[in-house]
Design a protein around this ligand. Structure first.
Ligand SMILES: [Ca+2]
Ligand SMILES: [Ca+2]
Ligand SMILES: [Ca+2]
Ligand SMILES: [Zn+2]
Length: 651
C-alpha cells in the first residue's frame, strides 16, 4: 500500500490511535481537539451554511432543540423559524443536541485497506466464513465498468440478524480471486437484541417526531448503533417524509442519532446577474406543446416545473420521494413554441443533458444509477417572497400547526439546490433547485446541477453514509460532487475565467463561488475562517452537519493538484500534475474508486488508499497518474491511520 511508514508492520491500531503529529504553521483551526468533539451529532444544516459572511441579510436560527423530560427531541422539521434583516454580516448559530453516538471515532471501529496477496487469502476465508454465519451479508454486487472480469461485492455487518450502522466492507475480485478489501467494521459487538420498546410504540415515537405535516415512510427497523462510550445501542431506525433518518433508543425512545437524506449545495453569496445564455433544449412534443422531458438520451431526464405553487411542490416532492406518486406529464414544464424563456428551466434541463453526456461518454456510466433510470429535477417550487412572508407569520404566532411545519420545511429550499436519496427501490432520488431569496438567481449553474446529480451517482456507487461529526463520508461525498461538477464544466465549456468558462470554482455562475478546488483557502467561510486545504485542518465540529461542505475542498484539491500540479498552501508540498489535457485520467481514477473500491463509511485515509489503488489498477503503479495522485494525497496530508493494511487479523 501507499506510505509504508505507518501500519505496515502488522500492528492493529484503533481509529483513535496514532495520528500524524505534523502541524502546519498556519493552522486556521485552533482549540478543537479530536476527543473533545466526540458525542456531538450535527443536525440538518438547513441554514447552517459556512459561507454566510458574504450575506448582508440572514435567517436566524431559533429552532427549539431542548430535550424534553423523556429525552425526546422536540425539534421542528426545520431549524429556521425566524427571519431578521441585518445591515451587517451576521452569523447563523448552529444549535446542536448532544447525542451519545460515535460512528466514526468508536474505539472498536476497524478500518482496512488490504491489497497484499497473502493477507487477502486469509481475509477472504474469514469473510466467506462470516458470510455463511450471517455476520456479513452481501447487499450489492456489481460488474467493474472499466475492467472486464472484475466484480465489486459490498458487504454489510450484522449482529444477531441486525445491521451494524457504520460498518461496510467492499471486496473486489478478478476472475473470482480477491484483489482488494476496503472497509470499516466494528468488533466486540455484544448486545441484547430484544427491544424494550415494541414496534408499535416505536411507530408512535416516530410519528411524534414527524409532526402533523409529515409521516414515517416505512416500517422502522432494528439496528445496532455504535455509542460514544465505545459500546453499542439497540435502536429503531426510521425514515420520515421530511427526509430525516432517525435512530431512537429501542429501550427509551430517545433520539440517539439522525441525519438528513438530502445533500445540499450549500452555496451562498451575492448573485452575479442573469447570464442570458441560450441553450439547446432537448424536449418532447406532446399534446400540442413541448415538455421538459429529454427522450433523445437513453435515460429520461425530466425537469419538473412546479410553477411557484408551494402546495403542489410539497405534495409532488413527498409523493415522488416516497414512491407513492411517480412523476407524470403534468409535472413537466410545457412551452407552446419550444422557445424557452424561464432561466431556471433552461439551465437545469440543459445541464442534466450535459451531465448525462459526460458521465456516459467519459466515464462509461449510464445516467444517475448506471442503468439509465429516469432523472428527476424540480424547479420553480415556490415564490420565495411569499414563502418568507408566511415564515414571518409563523414566527409571530399568527400562523401555526401543520402549515407552519410545511413552511419551515420549504424554507430549506431557499437559495439552495439539493439531491434526495431515493426512499424506495426503483427510484433514483430527486433533485430540487430552490428559488432565490437572498441571492438574485436560482442555483442552476452547470457545475451545481452536475454536483447534485453526482450525489445520485455516489448513492448508486460508493453510497457514502453519514457519521456523527466529523462526518468524513459526507465531506468525501460533497468533494466528489464538486470534482464531477467541475469536470462537467470543463467537458462543456472552454477553460478561462468569467461566466460560462470552465474553472476550479464551485457555483460561480450562480452566485459568489462557494468553494475552490484550486486553492480552498481563497474562499472564506463563517465557521473556520477559510476552507481547509489540508487534513490537519479538518473541521471536526458539529456545524455543517459535521463539516460536509467545509471539508469537501480537501478532496477537491487532490483532484486539482493531480490534474494541474502545484503546491499545497499548508504543507508546501508540490505535485507534478498530469496536465489539463489529461484531466480525464484523474477523473477516471476518482470514478473508478467510487464505482469499485470505496466502502460506504470511508474516511479520508481509506479514500486515499482507494484512490491510489484505483490509479494502480487503471494505469500502473509507476504511471504518471498514479504518481500525481500519490503526490497530491501527500500534499493534502492525509495520514495513514487505516488500522489494517496487510494483516489478516482484521477478521
Ligand atoms: Ca415559449
Ligand atoms: Ca465557470
Ligand atoms: Ca465552476
Ligand atoms: Zn452537495
Amino acid at each position: 500500500m501507499r506510505r509504508l511508514q505507518n501500519g505496515s508492520t502488522g500492528e492493529i491500531r484503533t481509529a483513535g490511535g496514532a495520528r500524524s503529529t505534523r502541524r502546519s504553521c498556519c493552522r486556521s483551526m485552533t482549540g478543537l481537539r479530536r476527543r473533545s468533539q466526540r458525542g456531538l451529532a450535527g443536525r440538518r444544516p438547513a441554514r447552517d451554511d459556512p459561507g454566510n459572511r458574504r450575506r448582508v441579510v440572514t435567517v436566524s436560527l431559533s429552532g427549539d432543540r431542548r430535550q424534553e423530560a423523556g429525552g425526546r427531541s422536540s425539534r421542528k422539521a426545520s431549524p429556521a423559524s425566524g427571519v431578521f434583516i441585518s445591515g451587517a454580516a451576521a452569523v447563523a448559530i448552529a444549535l446542536v443536541t448532544q447525542t451519545p453516538v460515535a460512528v466514526q471515532e468508536h474505539q472498536s471501529r476497524q478500518t482496512m485497506s488490504v491489497v497484499d496477496v497473502s493477507s487477502l487469502r486469509e481475509l477472504d476465508a474469514a469473510i466467506d466464513r462470516r458470510l455463511r454465519t450471517g455476520d456479513l451479508r452481501t447487499y450489492r454486487s456489481q460488474e467493474n465498468p472499466f475492467l472486464p472480469g472484475r466484480r465489486t461485492e459490498r458487504l454489510a455487518q450484522y449482529h444477531e440478524g441486525l445491521p451494524v450502522y457504520g460498518a461496510d466492507l467492499n471486496r473486489q475480485t478478478d476472475g473470482g480471486v480477491t484483489t482488494s478489501v476496503f472497509g470499516t467494521q466494528f468488533t466486540g459487538v455484544n448486545l441484547d437484541t430484544r427491544p424494550g420498546l415494541s414496534m408499535e410504540a416505536a411507530r408512535t415515537v416516530f410519528a411524534e417526531l414527524a409532526g402533523p405535516a409529515f409521516e414515517l415512510t416505512e416500517s422502522p427497523t432494528l439496528c445496532v448503533l455504535p455509542t460514544a462510550d465505545d459500546g453499542y445501542a439497540l435502536t429503531y431506525r426510521g425514515t420520515l417524509s421530511d427526509m430525516r433518518t432517525v435512530f431512537i433508543d429501542a429501550g427509551t425512545g430517545e433520539v440517539l442519532f439522525e441525519f438528513s437524506n438530502m445533500r445540499e449545495q450549500d452555496s451562498v453569496g451575492l448573485g452575479t446577474g442573469l447570464l442570458g445564455d441560450l441553450k439547446k433544449m432537448m424536449t418532447d412534443p406532446a399534446g400540442g406543446a413541448f415538455l421538459t422531458r429529454d427522450r433523445v438520451r437513453p435515460a429520461e431526464l425530466r425537469t419538473l416545473d412546479m410553477e411557484f405553487d408551494p402546495d403542489r411542490f410539497f405534495d409532488r416532492l413527498l409523493g415522488v420521494v416516497s414512491g407513492d406518486a411517480p412523476t407524470s406529464d403534468q409535472d413537466l414544464s410545457a412551452d407552446a413554441d419550444n422557445q424557452w424563456e424561464d432561466g431556471a428551466v433552461v439551465d437545469v434541463h440543459a445541464a442534466l443533458g450535459w451531465t448525462y453526456d459526460y458521465l456516459f461518454t467519459q466515464l462509461g456510466w449510464a445516467g444517475i444509477d448506471g442503468n439509465n433510470g429516469a432523472v428527476d429535477a424540480f424547479v420553480r417550487p415556490f415564490d420565495s417572497t411569499a414563502l418568507v412572508e408566511q415564515l414571518v407569520l409563523c414566527d409571530a404566532g399568527s400562523l401555526s400547526g401543520e402549515s407552519c411545519d410545511r413552511v419551515q420545511f420549504l424554507v430549506s429550499f431557499l437559495d439552495n439546490a439539493m439531491y434526495f436519496f431515493p426512499a424506495t427501490s426503483g427510484s433514483t432520488g430527486t433533485m430540487v433547485f430552490g428559488e432565490p431569496f437572498f441571492l438574485t438567481r436560482p442555483l442552476t449553474a452547470l457545475d451545481i446541477v452536475a454536483h447534485e446529480l453526482t450525489h445520485g451517482v455516489t448513492f448508486f456507487t460508493a453510497g457514502l453514509g453519514n457519521t456523527a461529526p466529523p462526518n468524513e463520508p459526507g465531506a468525501i461525498d460533497e468533494g466528489f460532487s464538486d470534482i464531477i461538477g467541475t469536470a462537467v464544466e470543463f467537458y462543456v465549456q472552454e477553460s478561462g475565467s468569467g461566466p460560462l468558462r470552465a474553472d476550479y470554482l464551485v457555483g460561480e455562475d450562480s452566485a459568489s463561488p462557494s468553494r475552490s478546488l484550486r486553492d480552498p483557502q481563497e474562499i472564506p467561510n463563517a465557521v473556520t475562517g477559510v476552507y481547509p486545504d489540508h487534513y490537519d485542518d479538518l473541521y471536526r465540529g458539529p456545524r455543517d452537519f459535521g463539516g460536509v461542505h467545509i471539508n469537501a475542498p480537501i478532496l477537491g484539491h487532490i483532484y486539482y493538484l493531480a490534474v494541474e500540479g502545484g503546491t499545497n498552501r499548508t504543507s508546501g508540498l508540490s505535485v507534478s500534475g498530469v496536465g489539463a489535457a489529461n484531466r480525464l485520467q484523474i477523473e477516471r481514477i476518482f470514478f473508478y474508486a467510487w464505482a469499485t473500491l470505496l466502502p460506504a463509511f470511508a474516511d479520508f485515509p481509506i479514500t486515499a488508499d482507494c484512490l491510489f489503488q484505483a490509479a494502480v489498477e487503471l494505469f500502473g503503479a509507476s504511471s504518471a497518474p498514479a504518481t500525481a495522485i500519490a503526490q497530491a494525497l501527500d500534499a493534502v496530508g492525509i495520514p495513514n491511520t487505516v488500522t489494517c493494511h496487510d494483516v489478516g487479523g482484521c477478521l
